[in-house]
Ligand binder design. Structure first.
Ligand code: NDP
Length: 250
């Protein structure tokens, strides 16, 4: 689709779901891809082996995106191995839903630390490298939940709305260095994260989606590959909704 030959990408949360599809999409387009997992070592190792069989160059690094030390260590490791980082995809994310009235502080903090501070940690850690290359693509995975008033998601919506604000501000700060900063806002995607809701109400959810199907991780990966491409060089500070029409309300 787009040619990423010679490009080096770093994807957080690449071991499962959307992140896994992003790793595969970027690799198929020609990039070398490093990805971060938190606990799924077996899945991550299996992915690297499978992709190597198809002659794609990837490697997996353990780390917690909420740790600035981990972010700096991981970025240094990628630069040491492949000498550059062209594409950063901030994908790692969690949910810890609950009504605000009874939400534990730890559940608020864990979601903000992973989903939002994780973006700060990695964006800042790649910045010197991207500035010196005078090339960069930073893409963060937000959510349509940033705009919906979903009961039980104050922490998640705050983190995903925060990503959108960060994206617009950072785009203005680094555009002159040929670095673009964008976000994608997925709708309802078939991954581990949505298993419980799907089991409870898949039919009802589909009726609210214009294209009448749930999203697949590849639907998001395709949008990310576009934003990571040279051809998207004039797109910055944008939040690309990829939701099959869910937010259109019909
Ligand atoms: P999954 O739960 O399937 O996968 C989450 C991934 O993030 C895993 O690779 C996990 O690693 C990693 N991860 C979680 N916490 C950390 C951490 N602290 N440090 C490093 N890695 C971490 O989620 P999805 O694929 O569904 O979601 C991916 C992104 O898309 C998230 O940001 C999510 O909020 C967003 N999104 C998802 C939607 C959906 O419908 N699924 C809709 C809108 C947005 P490990 O395997 O090791 O645990």
């Amino acid at each position: 689709m787009f040619n990423l030959d010679g490009r080096v990408a770093l994807v957080t949360g690449g071991s499962r779901g959307i992140g896994k599809a992003v790793v595969e999409g970027l690799a198929r387009a020609g990039a070398k891809v490093a990805f971060v997992y938190r606990s799924s070592k077996e899945a991550a190792d299996a992915m690297v082996s499978e992709l190597a069989e198809q002659n794609f160059e990837t490697f997996a690094i353990q780390g917690d995106v909420s740790s600035k030390d981990d972010a700096e260590r991981i970025v240094a490791e990628v630069v040491e191995k492949w000498e550059r980082i062209d594409i950063l995809v901030n994908n790692a994310g969690i949910i810890k839903d609950g009504l605000l009235a009874t939400m534990e502080k730890e559940d608020w903090q864990a979601v903000i630390d992973t989903n939002l501070t994780g973006v700060y940690n990695f964006a800042q850690s790649v910045m010197r490298q991207m500035m010196s290359q005078r090339y960069g693509r930073i893409i963060s995975v937000s959510s349509v939940a940033a705009e919906f008033g979903n009961q039980g998601q104050v922490n998640y919506a705050a983190s995903k709305g925060g990503i959108q604000g960060l994206t617009r501000c950072l785009a203005t700060e680094v555009g002159r260095r040929n670095i673009t900063v964008n976000a994608v806002a997925p709708g309802f995607i078939e991954t581990d994260m949505t298993v419980a809701v799907r089991n409870a109400a898949e039919g009802e959810i589909k009726k609210r989606i214009s294209v009448r199907r749930l999203g697949k991780p590849e639907d998001i990966a395709n949008a990310v590959v576009f934003l990571a491409s040279e051809e998207a060089g004039y797109v910055t500070g944008h939040v690309l909704t990829v939701d099959g029409g869910l937010t259109l309300g019909g």
